[in-house]
Design a protein around this ligand. Structure first.
Ligand code: BG6
Length: 526
């Protein structure tokens, strides 16, 4: 059983009584993953443990796992960071985080295991700090039965990765001996471009083998993203239509209503293309476009995903302006308040040209998709928060109704968040004497069907790293292929005379993005 919605009864609205049907509760990735769902005892060492990620996501997620009985019996966490905190101040900070960001009833779960959390103050570049860490971990093994298994989590700014990796390798902490495991989870951003991602991958390889490395992309931990695999490969009716013969185009939208907030300085370096498109959107795109894998194993799934990316050609600089649009949000009245423009955000230079919105037309050049464009868009300060994949089908060959006027095309909508679910849009006859057609929807909603409280994506991913299952993590070649595509866009932008467009905060982006779709297609307004 997967990490989310445990305990939620299956509600079938067509049945008069609530039933629990165990076959619908299985992990969407199937039996092979389910049979390995038991995490072995281990210590999780979090580098950069005083940061936001640990407090907001990692520890609340661990407590979600604990509440659901999914943490191994021998388990401990060591926070490794520079600040001179004590175990007690570390625990207090984490308790705060669990209270603010944890699922229901996780505060009690933290209280019960708080003494399994300890703090290790050291500089990331200081070899002595790692020798001390090793001694500490050996003691924890004796005290807490963690069996010599380690997971290292890089939750620091990427500038610290190199020091940490060389020290982990030099101290022998990355070695796996006598059936003990040593794994490393790497947070995004994974490099800044292809050369830096390759350099990071090469450095990882000095201490770890590929199967020890877990490159995190939290979108893959979302239930609805995993459900793309279930929808496509657990059902017989979609796959025959899932190709260029029937699909007119695909729209993938990740819209956020928030601005960059206090992350202006970080965002200046990344822009939306590196922050969202290189990782989250490319991952979702590969799940939507991939061929059925031979099995639901980590490598079989990732082999198919990487083939999708390989089938997308790098852009030539002269093609980038025609295939992409980039823009920045400008100040506007949004939600009853004056929202700042991007250039007015803290840490952002007044003349910044960094994009907070990007739309890209991609072509997957293979037999399945040749001729069917994929439109990707992501942006900050858009009208509302929504992530969705819309598969728009071709029109019927002959328009019989309403005087031969084309009806609305069928759309299969995968709603990733919020309001998670799947909807199918089709035309139906309006009751009455005329043969009029109107758009209606068949709608599946996760909340209504499964109930229960949804687990955070990090719960699933932390559990998978403990289990040793890399299916929902990006492999080296996936990350590098995604960078190859993104680098070609960024390089086209650098050479282009066209500056980023502007869009008022709270809208659906710049008008120029409409042109990207040509005259017969329009962006959905979710
Ligand atoms: C992160 C980005 O990876 O994803 C953020 O760095 C973004 O800029 C966030 O806000 C969005 O995640 P979610 O899960 O809220 O869609």
């Amino acid at each position: 059983m997967h990490a989310g919605r445990r305990g939620g009864n299956i509600k079938d609205p067509t049945m008069s009584t609530t039933q629990t049907d165990p076959t619908t509760l299985v992990n969407p990735l199937g039996d092979e993953l389910r049979s390995t769902r038991t995490a072995k005892p281990c210590v999780l060492v979090i580098f950069g443990a005083t940061g936001d990620l640990t407090k907001r996501k990692l520890v609340p997620s661990l407590m979600g796992l604990s509440k659901d009985g999914l943490l191994p019996p021998g388990f401990a966490v060591v926070g490794f960071a520079r600040r001179p905190w004590s175990d007690e101040s570390f625990r207090n900070e984490l308790a705060d985080g669990v209270r603010l960001f944890g699922r229901t009833d996780t505060v009690a779960a933290f209280d019960a295991v708080a003494d399994a959390f300890s703090y290790h103050a050291a500089d990331f570049a200081d070899a002595e700090g790692y020798r001390d860490l090793k001694r500490k971990l050996d003691l924890i093994d004796q005290k807490r039965g963690t069996s010599g298994n380690r997971i290292f989590y890089l939750a620091t700014p990427p500038s610290a990765y190199s020091s940490i990796l060389s020290n982990l390798a030099a101290s022998g902490l990355s070695n796996e001996q006598e059936g003990r495991f040593a794994r490393i989870i790497v947070e995004k951003p994974f490099g800044h471009d292809l050369p830096t991602a390759e350099a990071l991958n090469n450095q990882l390889r000095e201490g770890f083998r590929e199967r020890q490395v877990f490159r995190i992309d939290h979108y893959l931990g979302k239930e609805t993203v995993q459900n793309i695999l279930a929808l496509r490969f657990a059902n017989g009716i979609f796959e025959p239509l899932w190709n260029e013969k029937f699909v007119d185009h695909v729209q993938l939208t990740v819209a956020e209503s928030i601005g960059v907030g206090s992350r202006g300085a970080y965002f200046e370096e990344s822009g939306i293309i590196r922050d969202m498109i290189q990782n989250h959107l490319m991952q979702v795109l590969s799940l939507v476009a991939m061929e059925p894998p031979a099995a639901l194993t980590a490598d079989a799934v990732r082999d198919e995903k990487v083939k999708v990316l390989k089938a997308i050609r790098s852009f030539r600089p002269e093609d980038v302006d025609r295939a992409t649009v980039r823009a920045q949000y400008a100040s506007a009245l949004f939600g009853g308040e004056e929202a700042k423009g991007y250039r007015e955000e803290t840490g952002v230079p007044a003349a910044s040209t960094t994009e907070t919105y990007a739309a890209v037309r991609l072509q997957v050049e293979n037999w399945r998709w040749s001729g069917t464009p994929f439109y990707l868009r992501a942006g900050k300060r858009l009208a509302r928060r929504v992530t969705e994949v819309a598969i728009q089908f071709k029109q019927p060959p002959l328009h019989l109704f309403e005087g031969g006027r084309p009806v609305q095309p069928n759309v299969l909508l995968l709603r990733i968040q919020p309001d998670e679910g799947v909807a199918l849009r089709f035309g139906a006859k309006v009751p009455g004497p005329d043969m009029r057609i109107r758009d209606v929807r068949m709608d599946f909603r996760y909340g209504a069907a499964f109930g229960g409280e949804s687990a955070d994506a990090y719960e699933r991913l932390l559990l998978d790293a403990m289990v040793g299952d890399g299916t929902l993590f990006a492999r080296r070649d996936e990350v590098e292929e995604a960078w190859r595509i993104v680098d070609s866009i960024v390089s086209g932008w650098k050479q282009s005379a066209r500056k980023p467009e502007s869009y008022p905060a709270g809208t659906w982006g710049p008008e120029a993005a409409d042109k990207l779709l040509g005259t017969c297609r329009t962006w959905r307004k979710p």
